[in-house]
Write a protein that binds this ligand. Sequence first.
Ligand code: AOF
Ligand code: ZN
Length: 355
Amino acid sequence: MVTPAEDAAMAHAIELASRGLGTTSPNPVVGCVILDVNGEVVGEGFHAYAGGPHAEVRALAEAGERARGGTAVVTMEPCDHVGRTGPCTQALIRAGIARVVFGVHDPNPVAAGGAETLRSHGIDVEGGVREAEVQAGNLAWLTATRRAAAGDPRPFVIWKFASTLDGRSAALDGTSQWISSPDARLDVQDLRGSVDAIIVGVGTVLADDPHLTYRTDAGALANRQPLRVIIDTHNRTPPDARVRDGAARTWVATGAELGFDRDGRVDLWALGKALYERGCRRVLLEGGPTLAGAFLREGLVDEVVGYVAPKLLGAGKPALSTAGIVTIAEAIDLEIIDVRRVGPDLRITALPKGR
Ligand code: AOF
Ligand code: ZN
């Protein structure tokens, strides 16, 4: 059983962890709060980037001598290995921590085992605290890392689309700009800031010539940019396409490089593996409807974010083309996990069921 102070500290640690979202890959987001013997907060920290100090180390540094006899509250089981840094188990032992409260076990096989090591040093360890909340806050990394440990390394894929209330992403004449509101477009920037890569098909590049960069509220390019990935079976991305400029790294993924699926298009499984190897854990699939259909058909979408504008078109390009579904029983069932008003639009976040 955790004390009210420990429970509150875990809620805070989850918030701290979220500050790392978008900058930690291939590492997880992790937050940590140190309580002294009286349950007072004496240190806090989060993991900001791979190769940087782990959350526990930052929180311990802030607490100093006040950590002795205290409790470390951390979203993830402390690591037990020497990677780029660590191990945190030894740092906690050295600091004289008496109790460790954590949210989820570390699914990374090389780093796991921290709970046992701490116990063998006489430290009281309790896991599973606010576990569902911790999982939700680190869902992409946990999903990708668990899959990798099971021999299936590929990033967590978020498919984002914008449509009218009747599910259209362009009018009959092809015009598509400004379906969603300025607020929704700003919201998409936050999403871009939280991912390691933005993926589009070459059709989107040819039709819209997007820049695929992450801009801050003020409209300036952010310091850290996600990798721009163009799925381009036959290498048709024009040399002067905006995605080829120097604003961010770009990867034009061709069939020649990744191989082909049964329809003669880029093998999306090979793409997933290659992205994982490049350190991507959380990626954003932005368009268009054909590519999204292919990802969904392969079961490669982990989360759906739809911006739905209060407009009707009645005709025009659908938000999603075929996903290999013929009859209603094959429909992809989603569970809605969040619904929010974004300006005049609705943002719906959902997870495919049964995965
Ligand atoms: C983090 N941040 O706060 C914690 C982590 O290569 P390293 O040394 O940075 O180790 C990365 C692994 O350490 C990571 O995959 C995870 O299993 C474990 N814990 N990692 O990046 C942290 N606590
Ligand atoms: Zn660590």
